[in-house]
Design a protein around this ligand. Structure first.
Ligand code: NAD
Ligand code: WQD
Length: 338
């Protein structure tokens, strides 16, 4: 049994599908602050198996411990948290409360239940401004915004915890830019309000929900002047969690591992790929740079291959085709008409 905090969210829902398909039993624990119950129903439909779903907040230590104990889980995958960079700058305490204090409560509950295997959702944002590219796991760590700092604080907390008690088995997974959706078109990313991230915005332009994409800057020192990122299909990312759990079942330690494709694509690459996949135009206007954006970064993904035997299998075309299927089948997300 695997206990999945934030399992109703974008990456969590896709990971639950792959955990169920791999034969794991799953309990989701989510407060639905940024997700819909419907996502958990669809996960079970895709996998053809049931899972337990508990509505609860990770900051509620007593409820969390009761749910973890009742689940009988042997490991936790911890997705629950807030992720909007701009909001984290405006409301830092909300981010420290959810992401840092929430994780303290989770670790306390795990210790009380004798569950010492954890996979944590970290982010490439912990590398800060690149000193060398691609980012390797031994790159210097720093944060350029409050969201990133909460990830860095939790990473440090996990390393300290492991140093204090070597029985812990911890996988810190540093995601690059997750995009795409399940090939069924039943689950995908469902941002509330105006999307912050590129791919959902592009998809909403293609489907006609927004008029044009704002390209934030075309004067970066990149091949076409637009920002370059390492986009990873969310199903490949989900499979990385299944492999990480297999690894932690056989190895003690606290490892930090990049989950990325190992290649960079520009904003205009994404626009062109999406147009090809959807057969729809994606009009755009070039605007000023977005404050705090880095020009380019991508992963050295070789450690994940060496430790977990994992690498990405889905390219940009599949990322765009699957996003388009999800967007087309669910033009207004899980809630239908908004
Ligand atoms: P998401 O918002 O779709 O999922 C997070 C889930 O956690 C949601 O279902 C939300 O309701 C739940 N949640 C939030 N606070 C909670 C709380 N206090 N108690 C219980 N549940 C709570 O986000 P996602 O894109 O699936 O991201 C999952 C994790 O991966 C997050 O920790 C995020 O920071 C990290 N991450 C995401 C990205 C990305 O670009 N999507 C990149 C790197 C890391
Ligand atoms: C990608 C590229 C933009 C939107 C963020 C977080 C990071 C991680 C992933 C969690 C950039 C450009 C975007 C738009 C655009 N999250 N862009 N127009 O900024 O790489 O990463 O999400 O850990 O911490 O910072 O992702 O999708 O927002 O942007 O031109 O409307 O697309 O400038 O070059 P980003 P993104």
């Amino acid at each position: 049994m695997i206990f999945v905090t934030g399992g109703a969210g974008y990456i969590g829902s896709h990971t639950c599908v792959e955990l169920l398909m791999a034969g794991h039993d799953v309990t989701v624990y989510d407060n639905f602050s940024n997700s819909q119950w419907e996502a958990t129903e669809r996960v079970q439909r895709i996998a053809g198996r049931t899972m337990a779903v508990v509505r609860g907040d990770i900051r509620d230590g007593a409820a969390l411990q009761a749910a973890l104990h009742a689940s009988g889980a042997k490991a936790v995958v911890h997705f629950a948290g807030l992720k909007a960079v701009g909001e984290s700058e405006a409301e830092p305490l909300k981010y420290y409360d959810n992401n840092v204090l929430g994780t303290v409560r989770l670790l306390e509950a795990m210790a009380a239940c004798g569950v010492k295997t954890l996979v944590f959702s970290s982010s490439a944002t912990v590398y800060g401004v690149p000193e060398v590219l691609p980012y390797r796991e031994d790159h210097r760590l720093s944060a350029t915004n409050t969201y990133g700092m909460t990830k860095l604080v939790v990473e440090n907390m996990l390393r300290d915890l492991h140093r204090s008690d070597a029985d812990w088995r911890i996988g810190i997974l540093r995601y690059f830019n997750p995009v795409g959706a399940h090939s069924s078109g039943l689950i995908g990313e469902d941002p509330q309000g105006t999307p912050n991230n590129l791919m959902p915005y592009v998809a909403q332009v293609a489907v006609g929900r927004r008029e044009f994409l704002n390209v934030w800057g075309n004067d970066y020192p990149t091949p076409d002047g637009t920002g370059v990122r390492d986009y990873i299909h969310v199903v490949d990312l989900a499979l990385g969690h299944v492999k990480a759990l297999d690894y932690l079942g056989a190895n003690t330690g606290c490892v930090s591992v990049n989950l990325g494709a190992g290649v960079g694509h520009s904003v205009l690459d994404m626009v062109r790929s999406f147009e090809a996949a959807s057969g729809r135009p994606v009009p755009f206007k070039v605007g000023p740079r977005r404050a705090g954006d880095l020009d380019a970064y991508w992963a050295d993904a070789s450690l994940a291959q060496a430790l977990f035997g994992w690498r990405v299998e889905r390219g940009l075309d599949v990322m765009c085709e699957d996003t388009w299927r999800w967007q087309n089948m669910n033009p207004n997300g899980y809630k239908g008409e908004k």
